[in-house]
Design a protein around this ligand. Structure first.
Ligand SMILES: [Cu+2]
Length: 159
């Protein structure tokens, strides 16, 4: 249900060129960035920490990731900061659309399989199968956080 509402919001903001596309997102559907993976298939665990820094930035550590097409990765994510943070994995244009929606509706919640929101001190995981090569992004879309530095690059190699 939340995803459906999100889809409607996205559709309302989207340009006509996007209007025919599927912006409902997630819930087991294949996306360009990949699809939810099975834990037993994960060949790699990547630990990711989210936090604020003493000089006013907000960061993912690490913030660059290199994986291979076909690989299933377990992202073990920890919020080591004092604020809520999100880990959203997607195409850059989808991240930027989603960022714009979050700025208009900051209290919006979503439960897409390519995203997780963690309160301070919480840990969680996303198991993801990368089904396409290319360049994708991770980001925190809590308003202001992306601009404070909370984004990173995921490169998916062909082989
Ligand atoms: Cu954040």
């Amino acid at each position: 249900m939340k995803a459906q509402i999100f889809g409607l919001l996205i559709a309302a903001l989207a340009t006509p060129a996007f209007a025919g596309g599927n912006h409902a997102g997630g819930h087991g559907e294949a996306m360009p960035v990949g699809e939810p993976g099975k834990k037993a298939s994960a060949t790699q665990t990547i630990q990711v920490t989210m936090k604020e820094t003493d000089d006013g930035k907000m960061i993912f550590t690490p913030s660059t990731f290199k994986v291979r097409k076909g690989q299933t990765v377990r992202f073990a994510i920890k919020n080591a900061g004092e604020l809520d943070h999100e880990f959203v994995l997607d195409q850059e244009d989808k991240i930027m659309e989603h960022k714009a929606v979050m700025e208009k509706f900051p209290d919006m919640e979503h439960d897409d399989p390519n995203a997780i929101r963690l309160a301070a001190g919480e840990s969680g995981e996303i198991i993801w199968k990368f089904t396409n090569d290319g360049t994708f992004k991770i980001a925190c879309l809590v308003p202001g956080h992306y601009d404070a530095g909370m984004h990173g690059d995921v490169t998916v190699a062909k082989k």
